[in-house]
Design a binder for this molecule. Structure first.
Ligand code: COA
Length: 390
C-alpha cells in the first residue's frame, strides 16, 4: 500500500448557514482545498462525501456536491458513520489512493442541520443508537446517553460538574481565537454552571451545538505529493473499530471499547508507544460532543490513566503549554459540530497545526510532528483514530 499525503485543506465558517445550499457550502470548502493544493477539479479522480444528512433536503449529497464543484469525472459516494462520517470519508478516500485506485482524491464533509427544526434533529440523532430498545421504548437522545456516561464517571471517580465545565471553558477560549468557529465568546466556569440543564448533569454549555458547515481535504499519492510540495502532511495511520448497537451490551459507561481498539490499531501502525503516546504526540483533536466525552477521550487514548482524565481538565493540562494541547480549534463544543463535516474539519486542523499555520494564540508547539484526531460516531458505535504527521 502506498503512502497518502494531505496537500490541500479547506473549511467554511460553522454555525447557522441559511445563506447557502448544501452544495454551495461544500463547494466553498472544496474550492479552498483545491486552491490550497494547487490542483483543478479535473485532477480529482475520486470523491468521498461524509454526511449523515437526514435533516437536509438533498438525499444524494455526493452527486450534487460533485456537480457543483465540477468533479463529474471522479467516482463518488456518500459515507456514513454517524458523527464519525467525516473521518470515515477520509479513510475511504485515503484507502482508494493507498491502493492505487486514484492519484488524487477528495474527502468532503458537509451538513445543513438547521434545515430541520431542532426537536426533529435531536430525534434523528437520538435514533442513532439501538432504535427499538433505546429510542422507541425509552426515548433516549444524545444528551441523555452522554448524561449516563457522565453520571457513571462522576459516581465512580468523584469528578464534579465544575470539572466537566473546565472542558467547556477551554474549548470556548480556543473557539474565540478561531474565525471559523460557531461560538466566538469565551465563557467562565460560572457561565457554564448557570446555563440550563439539558440532561442532568449536562447543561447547555456542556453540549456541542446544532451546526451547518463543511470541510474538505485533497489526498494524493506520494508521487503526486512530491511533485506539488516539499512539505506534505502524511496520513501515517488510521485505526477504526465498531461498538455494539445497544448500550446494554457495554461493560460499563466509563469508556469506549471501540475507541480503545481504534487507538491501539492506529498507534501500532504509526509506531506510537501505546503506554506513553504523549512522548510522540504534539496535539490532539478529540470528539467533545459533550464535555464528559473529552475527559473519556483522554483515558481511551492513553493520555491519562483510567479515572484520572478529569484531573487533566482540572489542572488545565490540555491547554497549549500543558501536557498535551487538546481541541485548540475550539473542539465540537465551540467550533461547532456539523456531524459529517467534523472528522474532515479535524483533518484540516491537524494539517494547519503541522504546517504551523494556526491562528495566533492557538498554534501548538510542534516538536515531534504528530497530531492525532479522535472521532466517535454515536455513543462509541463508530470509532476512528487518525495519526497525521509531517
Ligand atoms: N452551546 C452553547 N450555546 C448554545 C448551544 C450549545 N451547545 N446550543 C444552543 N445554544 C444557544 C444558541 O446560540 C441560542 O442562543 P441565543 O438565544 O443567544 O441565540 C440559545 O442557546 C438557544 O438555542 P436553541 O437552538 O433554541 O437551543 P436548543 O435548546 O433548541 O438546543 C441543545 C440546545 C443542547 C438541545 C442542542 O444544541 C443539541 O441537541 N446539542 C447536541 C447535538 C448532538 O447531540 N450532536 C451529536 C453528538 S455526537
Amino acid at each position: 500500500m502506498g503512502h497518502v499525503a494531505v496537500v490541500g485543506v479547506g473549511i467554511t465558517r460553522f454555525g447557522r448557514r441559511s445563506d447557502t445550499t448544501l452544495q454551495e457550502l461544500a463547494s466553498e470548502a472544496g474550492r479552498m482545498a483545491l486552491s490550497d493544493a494547487g490542483l483543478d477539479p479535473e485532477d480529482v479522480e475520486f470523491l468521498a462525501v461524509g454526511s449523515m444528512g437526514g435533516w437536509s433536503s438533498e438525499s444524494l449529497p455526493a452527486v450534487v456536491v460533485s456537480e457543483y464543484l465540477g468533479l463529474e469525472r471522479a467516482g463518488s459516494m456518500r459515507v456514513e458513520a454517524a458523527c464519525a462520517s467525516g473521518s470515515a470519508a477520509v479513510k475511504v478516500a485515503a484507502d482508494v489512493v493507498a491502493a492505487g485506485g486514484a492519484d488524487v482524491a477528495m474527502a468532503i464533509g458537509v451538513e445543513r442541520m438547521y434545515e430541520s427544526p431542532i426537536p426533529n434533529v435531536v430525534e434523528y440523532l437520538g435514533r442513532a443508537g439501538n432504535y427499538f430498545w433505546e429510542f422507541e421504548n425509552f426515548g433516549l437522545t444524545f444528551p441523555g446517553y452522554y448524561a449516563m456516561y457522565a453520571t457513571a464517571y462522576m459516581n465512580k471517580y468523584g469528578a464534579t460538574e465544575e470539572d466537566l465545565s473546565e472542558i467547556s471553558v477551554k474549548n470556548h477560549y480556543y473557539g474565540s481565537l478561531n474565525p471559523y468557529a460557531q461560538f466566538r465568546e469565551p465563557v467562565k466556569i460560572e457561565d457554564v454552571m448557570r446555563s440550563r440543564y439539558v440532561a442532568w448533569p449536562l447543561r447547555l454549555l456542556h453540549c456541542s451545538p446544532i451546526s451547518d458547515g463543511s470541510a474538505a481535504v485533497v489526498l494524493v499519492s506520494e508521487r503526486v505529493a512530491r511533485s506539488l510540495t516539499d512539505s506534505p502532511t502524511w496520513i501515517r495511520a488510521i485505526g477504526s473499530a465498531t461498538g455494539p448497537s445497544s448500550i446494554t451490551r457495554r461493560d460499563d459507561f466509563l469508556g469506549f471499547l471501540a475507541v480503545r481498539r481504534a487507538a491501539e490499531e492506529a498507534y501500532r501502525r504509526a509506531g506510537i508507544d501505546p503506554a506513553r503516546p504523549l512522548r510522540q504526540v504534539d496535539a490532539a483533536l478529540v470528539h467533545d460532543c459533550f464535555t464528559i466525552a473529552e475527559i473519556i477521550a483522554y483515558e481511551d487514548l492513553g493520555f491519562a490513566r483510567r479515572g484520572e482524565g478529569f484531573m487533566l481538565a482540572k489542572e488545565r493540562q490540555t491547554y497549549i503549554g500543558g501536557l498535551v494541547p487538546v481541541n485548540i480549534d475550539g473542539g465540537l463544543k465551540a467550533k461547532g459540530h456539523p456531524i459529517g463535516a467534523t472528522g474532515v474539519a479535524m483533518a484540516v486542523e491537524a494539517v494547519k497545526q503541522l504546517r504551523r499555520e494556526a491562528d495566533p494564540g492557538r498554534q501548538a508547539d510542534i516538536k515531534n510532528g504528530v497530531v492525532i484526531a479522535h472521532n466517535v460516531g454515536g455513543t462509541g458505535h463508530y470509532a476512528y483514530v487518525t495519526v497525521y504527521s509531517m
